[in-house]
Write a protein that binds this ligand. Structure first.
Ligand code: ATP
Ligand code: MG
Length: 240
């Protein structure tokens, strides 16, 4: 891996559910694709959707045109383990997810993995978390999606501490929905996160998911300047 470039697998987690992981996953895919890289996205566990519902990966494909994959989908809008228990479904194991990620990585420059909820949500019946999965993926780093509002500094720093405690590589932070008229608190939060090591990679503006896909893709690189510079340093699979 080139210094300053991106790991093969970019995992998108968040300080919470509904913080904008899906739209950030789409913005990451669009930014990497704009740099000429071959990208796919994977959601190990998708909850809260029926068999025909649009899941997070369909939204990423719609916005970016990137191919996407789901591990398992479950009906109940709750954490994967209890959601699977409710419908008597068997969750994939960590090995299953690893096999999928490695297969996808062998055919793409980057795989972008969107977690469910936050970092320590359990993905398997054995209670393995997204953090456990990340630890087993060879060339991998984690991007944290945070809110802009009051309370985000504590949540963001808790997630970072959990990453650091496990020796997981941090790629940086993205604000999932940056308002048109930020408050003083939001501006202060953004400035604080920007000043951290492995700090702010960028912010996705409020309303981004409502853009048409071409406009979304054209704008994404500008939303994530910290990622775009590293994407430029990232090597395509077919270059020596
Ligand atoms: N930048 C944004 N502007 C406007 N709406 C947004 C933005 N980011 C996210 N949203 C909306 O907020 C909601 C939650 O966002 P999103 O689905 O990306 O969260 P998530 O962290 O992926 O949640 P989950 O844990 O369920 O995967 C969605 O309805 C989405 O359209
Ligand atoms: Mg999502």
């Amino acid at each position: 891996m080139t210094v300053g470039s991106l790991p093969r697998v970019v995992v998108v987690t968040g300080t919470d559910t509904e913080v904008g992981k899906t739209v950030v996953t789409a913005a990451v895919c669009a930014t990497l694709r704009a740099a000429g890289l071959l990208v796919t996205a994977y959601k190990p566990t998708q909850t809260g959707v029926g068999p025909r519902d649009v899941g997070d990966m369909a939204e990423v494909s719609r916005l970016t045109g990137a191919p996407t994959h789901e591990g398992v989908r479950l009906l109940a809008p709750m954490a994967p383990r209890p959601a699977a228990a409710l419908e008597g479904a068997t969750l994939p194991t960590l090995d299953d997810h690893l096999t999928t990620i490695e297969t996808l990585a062998s055919g793409h420059d980057h795989v972008v993995v969107e977690g469910a909820g936050g970092l320590l949500v359990e993905l398997t019946e054995a209670g393995a978390t997204l953090a456990d999965l990340v630890k087993r993926v060879g060339d991998c780093g984690v991007l944290v999606v945070s809110r802009s509002a009051l309370g985000t500094l504590n949540h963001t720093m808790l997630t970072r501490e959990a990453l650091q405690r496990r020796g997981i590589r941090e790629l940086g932070i993205v604000l999932g929905s940056w308002p048109t008229d930020p408050t003083v608190i939001e501006t202060s939060n953004r400035d604080y996160l920007s000043a951290l090591p492995e700090g702010l990679l960028g912010a996705v503006p409020t309303g981004a998911p409502r853009l048409d896909p071409a406009a979304f893709c054209a704008a994404a690189t500008g939303w994530l300047p910290g990622l775009a510079s590293r994407a430029a340093a990232s090597q395509r699979r077919d270059t020596p």
